[in-house]
Design a protein around this ligand. Structure first.
Ligand SMILES: Cc1cc2nc3c(=O)[nH]c(=O)nc-3n(C[C@H](O)[C@H](O)[C@H](O)COP(=O)(O)O)c2cc1C
Length: 338
């Protein structure tokens, strides 16, 4: 059985689950690029109940991705418990429950962040889920439903009473969506009195910020989402800074890294998928480099993933890639499921 706390001590930098982005090939890539524990994007507990082909596809992972958790969402304790037992039977290392999704389609049914409104009901559900599995159960939450009902500490207590192993906190309320900034003072406050390990999350776009937040808040780990889409080396940089064993600059080599990413997406043997993924990632990775807008436009004319890779190699060879402008002030992926 995986010891998640020991895993955090080895590597406290976790890839945040992102629907449509952190699929199996990208998770493999990020693990090779230095991230710690992995979690799948959210999958519906009802989808698992009905053995939906799409849901089962989203749950697939490879051995090198361990330790890996499957994230489920739903509002019904029994359905969630059955889904968790299925996740365990398929060999995942742990189950994570999404309690942070702000998307109307999800919260209208009472799932995702809607479950934060009733800590006692949530405690019952988490206890039911935990009793259906032997592997660890973790949760990912927001700070509360809205600014008047910030209750992350109460939720952590409910999680502790239910046998949950850790709580990841995206430092925004559900009402905030992706606007404003993550409230790291609140994350720190919750951590100070928490009986459980806490993973902080939100707006960690550089390794310096991630390590600073980890150290300032005393959190047991930090989760990085959008930051790795502009800088795929962020996890390696975090680990170097954190261990104070800097070998100088982590070597950034786009040709090599993008070539590896292409190999991983090509394993699906689906040309259209490879083309779309490479387009997306190369476009994001070019953020903050010279003439990136023109370069991105050119990407959208490419017909194959190999063309994208060739174009990217030409582009990134034109300048010194250690000089990337900070584009964190620009709106970037301001919607998601957690
Ligand atoms: C496109 C997108 C999809 C997301 N999907 C999920 C998801 O499936 N499950 C989840 O818990 N959070 C999801 N999130 C939220 C992220 O895990 C993370 O909490 C959020 O992006 C804040 O972290 P960041 O500022 O490092 O990106 C998603 C975010 C984005 C941008």
């Amino acid at each position: 059985m995986v010891d998640l706390v020991a895993e955090l001590k080895k590597n406290p930098f976790i890839l945040a689950p992102m629907a449509g982005i952190t699929d199996s090939p990208f998770r493999s890539f990020m693990r090779e690029m230095g991230c710690g524990v992995l979690i799948t994007e959210l999958v519906s507990a009802y989808g698992i109940e009905y053995r939906s082909a799409r849901t089962l596809e989203l749950m697939k992972f490879t051995e090198p991705q361990r330790p890996l958790g499957v994230q489920i969402f739903g509002e019904d304790g029994e359905i969630l418990a059955k889904a968790a037992a299925f996740v365990e039977s398929m060999g995942a290392d742990f189950v994570d429950i999404n309690l942070g999704c702000p998307v109307p389609k999800v919260v209208k049914k009472g799932a995702g962040s809607a479950l934060l409104k009733e800590p006692l009901v949530l405690q019952k559900i988490l206890t039911q889920v935990k009793s259906a599995i032997k592997i660890p159960l973790t949760i990912k939450i927001r700070t509360g439903w809205d600014e008047k009902t910030i209750n992350a500490s109460e939720i952590v207590r409910a999680a502790y009473n239910s046998g949950v192993t850790w709580v990841a906190i995206h430092g925004r309320t559900r009402a905030q969506g992706y606007s404003g900034l993550a409230d790291w003072d609140l994350v720190k406050k919750v951590k100070e009195t928490s009986p459980l390990p806490i993973i902080g999350n939100g707006d960690l776009v550089t390794a310096e910020k991630a390590v600073k937040r980890l150290q300032e808040t005393g959190c047991d780990g930090v989760m990085i989402g959008r930051g790795c889409l502009k800088n795929p080396w962020i996890f390696q940089q975090c680990k170097e800074l954190w261990s104070q064993q800097s070998t100088g600059q982590v070597e950034k080599n786009f040709c090599q890294s993008l070539g590896r990413l292409k190999e991983l997406v090509d394993e699906r043997k689906d040309d259209r998928y490879s083309l779309l993924q490479m387009k997306k990632f190369v476009a994001w990775f070019s953020s903050g480099y010279p003439n990136s807008q023109t370069f991105r436009k050119s990407l959208f004319q490419a017909q194959t993933a190999s063309e994208i890779l060739g174009g990217a190699q030409n582009y990134f060879n034109q300048f010194d890639i250690s000089h990337q402008l900070d584009t964190s002030h620009e709106a970037f992926l301001m919607g998601g499921h957690g």
